[in-house]
Design a protein around this ligand. Sequence first.
Ligand code: GRF
Length: 219
Amino acid sequence: MVVEKIKKANVAILISGRGSNMEALIRASKDPRYPAKIALVISNKNNAAGIEIAKKYKIKTAIILKEQYNSRIDYDRALSSNLLNENIEYICAAGFMRILSEEFIDQWWNKIINIHPSLLPSYKGLNTHQRVLDDRTKVTGCSVHIVRKELDNGPIIIQAAVPVEENDTEEILSKRVLKMEHKIYPYSLMLLTSKKITINNDIVKYDDKSSLDNFLLSL
Ligand code: GRF
C-alpha cells in the first residue's frame, strides 16, 4: 500500500515527570497518516523520567530549569525562543507542573493544549483522584482543553468519562483514568493539527462530529 506523505505540524511536549501521555503522543505520531510530528520535548525538571523516554525515541530534548531565570516572564521567554528555534507550531502540556504566563499564552494563542485528569470544570488543580474518592463521586474522567490563563481552564476539545468503582484506591482510579488519557490526548492533537476543529467564542466546534462520535464510542 502506498501511503501518501502528508505535511506534519511540528509539535513540542512540555513535561515535568513520568511522561506517559508524552509517550502516547509520540507513539501516535509515528503513524505516517498522523498530522503531527513530535519535534521537541522540554522538561522543567532535571530528573523527569519522560526525558529518557523521549531520547529513546530519538526526539530532541531540552531541560529548562526555573533556577536559571529571575522571573516567570524570563523563563517563559526562554521557553518560547527554544520552541521557535525548532519551528514549533503547537504545544502539548503533559503533566507540566508550571503555570504559564499570560504573555506566553497570548503568544501561542489556541496553540497550547493540556490534559487534566478530571471532567473539567470539576476538580481543577492537584490530587483530583483522591478528591473524587473523598466526594464519593460515581463518575470521573479526563479532559483535553486549550490552555487559557486560568489554571485547568479553556475550551474543551475532548472529555472521556470513567466510572469510579466501590473499592477504588487513588492508585487504581488514576490508572483507569490514565488509560483513557492516552487515547483522548493523541486524538485531540490530531483534531487540532489537522484543523478539524475551530474555536469560536471559546467553544470548540468539530468539522466532522460523526467521526468524533465514532471515536468516543470506540473507547
Ligand atoms: C496525567 O495524569 C495528566 O492528566 C496530568 O498529569 C499526569 C501526567 O502523567 N496533567 P504523565 O507524566 O503523562 O505520565
